[in-house]
Ligand binder design. Structure first.
Ligand SMILES: Cc1ncc(COP(=O)(O)O)c(C=O)c1O
Length: 244
């Protein structure tokens, strides 16, 4: 291909993948495509990026594959295809997202109001919600939670943890069995290290929470709590309107 220096191919086949077969199929498709490019344009593909999608544990039923299994399966399949199509072995890239950081994050919420609707459900309302974690509302993503200040309490009940936005969909965890919660307790929701802050919003004028890194007994603020002033700092009132 004159004037084109082809560096590589890329794919990303999805997220929360717990099986190896989809990656094998992706490798087969990409390597076949590389062989077509080789045949038609006599161009080798130096790199192939197979994207991310490596599933992590959020809640019961999630069973992540060991990283070694993913790496070896992709590598073996690339080698096999390279032999079949007589291609140079490309450099393999991956783009792990949540599997790097997801399990490292825990979100802490203060419990505010508690609303029991007999025969329906008991809502425990926290001082955050879809603004710091949109995934339950967006994808019905499931999370596990605990009462951080009473981890050993065994007196449990089923509650629904709701956020504080004016949306019926602002539910963080639906119908979870956990120790009885009171106003003022701290609820922790686990595995919120990925797609929390990066997908967060200021809906309802809610500032973003701070992020604290905890390591070897030390704690460090790595992202400051947002202020109300910061939320409106880019707003501009046109001079024209100020005179009204
Ligand atoms: C192109 C691309 N690569 C990598 C990722 C990371 O995905 P995951 O967090 O599921 O590993 C995404 C996420 O959507 C993506 O769109």
């Amino acid at each position: 291909m004159e004037n084109i220096s082809l560096m590589g191919l890329h794919c990303h086949i999805g997220s929360q993948i717990f099986e190896i077969q989809p990656y094998i199929e992706a490798v087969n498709v990409m390597m076949k495509f590389a062989s077509i490019i080789k045949k038609e344009f006599e161009a080798d593909i130096p790199e192939i990026d197979f994207g991310g999608g490596f599933g992590i544990y959020y809640s019961d039923g999630d069973s992540p594959l060991p990283k070694k299994v993913i790496a070896e399966s992709i590598t073996d399949c690339v080698k096999k295809n390279a032999d079949i199509y007589n291609l140079k072995r490309p450099c393999i890239l991956v783009e792990p997202g949540r599997s790097i950081i997801g399990n490292a994050g825990t979100t802490l919420y203060n419990v505010g109001a508690i609303k029991n609707i007999p025969g329906i459900r008991k809502y425990v309302i926290v001082d955050g919600g879809m603004t710091d974690n949109i995934r339950p509302a967006l994808y019905r993503a499931k999370y596990e939670a605990a009462v951080a200040n009473r981890m050993n309490s065994s007196d449990c009940e089923v509650v629904t943890i709701a956020g504080k936005c004016c949306e019926s969909g602002d539910i963080l965890v639906k119908d979870i069995n956990m120790p009885k919660v009171n106003t003022g307790d701290i609820i922790s929701i686990f595995s919120t290290g990925a797609y929390g802050l990066s997908m967060s919003s200021n809906y309802n004028g809610i500032p973003k929470p701070c992020v604290v890194l905890v390591n070897d007994g030390g704690s460090y603020v790595i992202s400051k709590r947002e202020t109300y002033d910061e939320i409106i700092e880019n707003d501009i009132i046109p001079d024209e309107l100020k005179r009204i």
